[in-house]
Design a protein around this ligand. Structure first.
Ligand SMILES: NC(=O)c1ccc[n+]([C@@H]2O[C@H](COP(=O)([O-])OP(=O)(O)OC[C@H]3O[C@@H](n4cnc5c(N)ncnc54)[C@H](OP(=O)(O)O)[C@@H]3O)[C@@H](O)[C@H]2O)c1
Length: 298
């Protein structure tokens, strides 16, 4: 059995990777937050500790998944953001090159500046805030230095269910569960949802085909926060009981003060050209996600 070391795998995406890769590979999963019985403690900011732990496992691949993903935290903790999201990625590159194994790094749609409607794999990023800048710096370091690498850019992540999802779907579900019948949702933010299970399965296909390089990897079908909210409310059968108020981003400027592009819609052009695009339409993925992770939630 081939072996994979998954660093920072205690979050939304790590859960999907553990499920999808765990069937066919021997895994060592680590995180600084040990929230599963299959996780061990490792802070990847510590180069020596990271190197020793990976070397002891002797994996065939290194997957560097973790990061600080809260944009507001990143604006307020700049040093820790670059240490976690950029310098740690340099650690991963050195370790992967030393062991001569391929490295997977997860980048984000958030590195674009929103200056056009949608962005393919070859549009030049122009990050607006510290989260995006730290992730783009990691991406550049990997593509320029890792001997064999896969860099996959995800969009608005959905996955992990009530316990792990920190993002939009859970934020909406939590409000509905608390009894809210009116939701305020921004009308001016465009993007592409990305279901963690589809993402992990598509990464697996690329790894097994050895199609290294950089790929946009988001659900098919561009959309907006507003449209996702409407679809979600309809999916859970609450359309008649929950009203959605359209607001501008300014409405949330105190709570969500980090800069965000107006559009971070990605197109999977390269995946499609290589005939490797396994990402489903976001509506299909959303229904699948909500049906499997939230069936007993409300
Ligand atoms: N979430 C999104 O919308 C999104 C979109 C595009 C790309 N991405 C990228 O996808 C990847 C996976 O993110 P996710 O969605 O799974 O986020 P997540 O749920 O926040 O998981 C990230 C995990 O990394 C851990 N971590 C942070 N610093 C660490 C360190 N120094 N050492 C070890 N582990 C550490 C976190 O622990 P703590 O919880 O203790 O900090 C957390 O368990 C990240 O690289 C992220 O930038 C995410």
């Amino acid at each position: 059995m081939r072996k994979i070391y998954l660093a920072g795998s205690g979050g939304m995406l790590g859960q999907a990777f553990h499920q999808v890769f765990g069937r066919d590979y021997e895994l060592r999963c680590t995180d600084k937050d040990v929230n599963e019985p299959w996780l061990d403690l490792l802070d990847f900011r510590d180069l020596d500790g990271y190197r020793k732990d990976v070397e002891a496992f002797r994996p065939d691949y290194l997957f560097h998944l973790g990061a600080h993903t809260d944009l507001e935290y990143c604006e307020q903790h700049v040093e820790d953001t670059y240490l976690t999201n950029t310098t740690s990625v340099e650690n991963a590159v050195w370790i992967a090159n030393r062991l001569d194994i391929p490295l997977l790094y997860i980048s984000t749609a958030g590195i674009v500046d929103g200056s056009k409607d949608s962005f393919d794999d070859w549009d030049l990023p122009n990050p607006l805030g510290h989260y995006a800048r730290s992730k783009y710096a990691g991406e550049l370091y990997v593509t320029q230095n890792a001997r064999r690498h896969l860099v996959c850019r995800a969009g608005w992540m959905m996955g992990g269910g009530p316990r792990k999802d920190k993002k939009f779907v859970q934020k909406i579900m939590k409000q509905i569960k608390s009894g809210k019948t009116e939701l305020n949702v921004v009308r001016d933010k465009l993007g592409t949802p990305t279901y963690t299970m589809d993402f992990a399965a598509n990464v697996k296909a690329l790894v097994e085909a050895e199609y290294w390089g950089l790929y946009n990897m988001v659900c098919e079908g561009v959309t907006s926060r507003l449209e996702v909210a409407h679809e979600l409310v309809e999916t859970i059968g609450m359309k008649d009981r929950v009203r959605i108020n359209e607001v501008d981003s300014d409405f949330f400027k105190a709570e969500f003060f980090a800069p965000r592009p107006d559009s971070e819609r990605l197109l999977n052009r390269k995946l499609t050209l290589r005939n490797m695009n396994r990402m489903r339409d976001w509506r299909v993925a959303l229904r699948d996600y909500v049906g499997s992770a939230y069936s007993h939630y409300l």
